[in-house]
Ligand binder design. Sequence first.
Ligand code: ATP
Length: 218
Amino acid sequence: MCVAERPPRVAMLGGTFDPVHVGHLRSAIELREALSLDSVHMVPARVPPHRATPGVDAEQRMTMLALGIADTPGLYVDDREIRREGPSYSTATLASLREELGTQARLVMALGYDAYRHLAEWHEPSRLFELAHVVVIDRPDHQQRLPAALEALVEGREVKNVDTLMQSPAGGLLHLSLPTRIAISATAIRARLQRGESVRYLLPDAVERYLLARRLYR
Ligand code: ATP
């Protein structure tokens, strides 16, 4: 088969990226490799002002994400949730990607195991599976029993490998253990910054320089 005939393979990796760190970026690269994706859209969520980190706005989170991605092949900052008014529902983001990519594209919503545990509480969770596959990235520090509502939501959807997942445009669930598992969280980075401790090598140099110069998270 001619490679050009293959339907596009695209993943969305959403988050607050407050700030982006090496755990996010390394996972995005390895996700792209593991699923042979054309691109990974990293989508910063719009966060209501009362829940946002004081002193760090959406524009700054997005700038840090762009600095972190820099020229990494296949990784893109996608600002559609920041531009869209109202809450950042993943169903709306996936619907807009699906609209752009067409019905045959293999669309993936990727998320870490910690976020996955709460999937059944999201807005219209079963609609997520109409629009995309869900790929769960195992995280070293998270491994517990799933809530019953989540078990029910994903029943019958799990596939064992990438080839099976990519046979259809949406609707499957795959657990992935990426080669490099990194126990870095934005929460721990913010706490370090607040205490005046070093965050070197936890996030890209350019992101470190940006946030130190503006005294973000202090
Ligand atoms: P916080 O500590 O503020 O909750 P976070 O570091 O978990 O932040 P988010 O922006 O909430 O970052 O995460 C975006 C997505 O990336 C989520 O699906 C999350 O599970 C995943 N993720 C975050 N950190 C890692 C990591 N170290 N390895 C793999 N996936 C990660």
